[in-house]
Design a protein. Structure first.
Ligand code: BGP
Length: 466
């Protein structure tokens, strides 16, 4: 008998900038990524999402493939500037129509939509007007956008999440400078992150005030950290890394407060986050209904007296990056016994069971959806077929890892492999593939089912037994 509960949902995920294209179609405003990806040296070989895989124009064909795959749910994000070209104010009805049609098409095929409100494509107008996430003004703007989405789609959509992976868009946007707005300013980053939590809380509040029939959650990545050795220095470094990468991001949305030790450290070192009157109550009063957990890899941690900064492997040449270090705090190091992908991500299915266990231990048995999980690889084409057995192996082992967590009592309600279709990997272009469906960039973006498509079809049909 399957360990997965009867109403466990099998799905897959994407995000607007990575699949839609139509970057200026039908009145859409520009996003921060529309500009950033065109700056020299920002993305792998200058790739961008101007056209992406043209899901904007081909969504009916894509939904038909989702239905054929047997998907019961589909996680996608809304492009804020497609609905509100200036970030607030005037509504672009053509943008509303696109998502409305997409939702109807999904429902017609019995596929439950899960909407992410913010998967990193900020209206550029707000960046220019007041500095985007740096300014408290973003909280009102985001609330206006969230309310618009609830109002127009809340009659048909029950599963919502506010944000995707704050650690990435804030961490890389404001600390490492690899994402827009390309800053290396921790002080601004910490305050921007605070504004994300406030925006989340406000959007959760509005969701409840508007009595939307559904649940609202927050999506975070979880890379469980393990110390590279048993030494007290490495264990302490690991504790700090886990605090910064995990507790800092989960506590405010699940407990309504920051982890105390780290809060004191940040305020002492940088004078932020700054709390305005009412912030604490807002966070405390608006805890999310569920957590969306994205899992790809674990990170081993060591104490760090020397390494500062990092270099990302965006080429898929093993060993071409350099691991992240914050001098005096910790560094991420390679596991000498680990199995790694071509992008140097450790393949460690047990880490997903661990990640779920750590959430349950710290926050109680809250509802969890695995909102992303997958293997980025360059899939070979052999005699016209796309071979992706490594992806099948990866996903199978991770599905088992979720099963193990469920057997231990965790309330995991659904699985969304990343990704439904090959799409733009933010910094790695189109060569880092994740999908069940291949897209032929040399042939009019034609869709083609991979080996993994038939496999996942059987997984869903057998409710995870495969
Ligand atoms: C997550 C993002 C996704 C996706 C995925 C894979 O952090 O939420 O949008 O891109 O990672 O990452 P990458 O494309 O860098 O391999």
């Amino acid at each position: 008998m399957s360990v997965f509960p009867k109403d466990f949902l099998w799905g897959a995920a994407t995000a607007s900038y990575q699949v839609e294209g139509g970057f200026d179609a039908d009145g859409k405003g520009l996003s921060n990524w529309d500009l950033f990806s065109h700056l020299p040296g920002t993305t792998y070989q200058g790739t961008n999402g101007d056209v992406a895989v043209d899901h904007y124009h081909r969504f009916r064909e894509d939904v038909a493939l989702m239905a054929e795959l047997g998907m019961q749910t589909y996680r996608f994000s809304i492009s804020w500037p497609r609905l509100l070209p200036q970030g607030r104010g005037e509504v672009n009805e053509a943008g509303i129509q696109f998502y409305s049609d997409l939702i109807d098409e999904l429902l017609r095929h019995n596929i439950k939509p899960m909407i992410t409100l913010y998967h990193w494509d900020l209206p550029q107008a707000l960046q220019e007007e007041f500095g985007g996430w740096e300014s408290r003004e973003i909280v009102d703007a985001f609330d206006e956008y969230a309310r618009l989405c609830y109002q127009r789609f809340g009659d048909r959509v029950e599963l919502w999440s506010t944000f995707n992976e704050t650690i990435v868009f804030i961490g890389m946007g404001y600390i490492t400078g690899a994402h827009p707005p390309k800053l290396t300013d921790p002080k601004k980053g910490i305050q921007a992150c605070h504004h994300v939590f406030l925006a989340n809380a406000r959007a959760v509040k509005s969701f409840r005030e508007m009595k939307i029939n559904g649940q609202i959650g927050f999506v975070n990545v979880l890379q469980p950290n393990d110390p590279i050795s048993d030494s007290p220095e490495d264990r302490r470094a690991c504790e700090l890394a886990e605090g910064i990468f995990t507790h800092w991001l989960y506590d405010p949305v699940l407990k309504g407060e920051y982890p105390a030790e780290l809060l004191a450290m940040a305020q002492q070192a940088f004078g932020v986050p700054y709390f305005a009157p009412g912030d604490e109550a807002l966070l405390k009063g608006n805890i999310v209904d569920f957590i969306g957990l994205n899992y790809y890899k674990r990170e081993m941690v060591a104490h760090n007296d020397d390494v500062e900064g990092y270099a990302i492997n965006t080429s898929g040449q093993k060993g071409s990056g350099r691991e992240l270090g914050f001098k005096g705090l910790f560094k991420l190091v390679r596991n000498p016994n680990g199995v790694y992908t071509d992008w140097d991500w450790e393949v460690y299915p047990q880490g997903l069971t661990d990640a779920i266990g750590r959430i349950v231990k710290r926050y109680g048995n809250i509802p969890i959806y695995i909102t992303e999980n997958g293997l980025g690889a360059k899939d070979p084409i052999v005699e016209g077929e796309v071979h992706d057995q490594p992806r099948i192996d990866y996903l199978r082992d991770h599905i088992q890892a979720i099963g193990a967590a469920i057997e231990q009592g965790a309330d995991v309600r659904g699985y969304y492999p990343w990704s439904f279709i090959d799409l733009l990997s933010w910094l790695n272009g189109y060569q880092k593939q994740y999908g069940f469906v291949y897209v032929d960039h040399d042939n009019n973006l034609a869709r083609k089912k991979k080996q993994s498509f038939g496999w996942y079809q059987r997984v869903i049909a057998s409710h995870g037994e495969q």
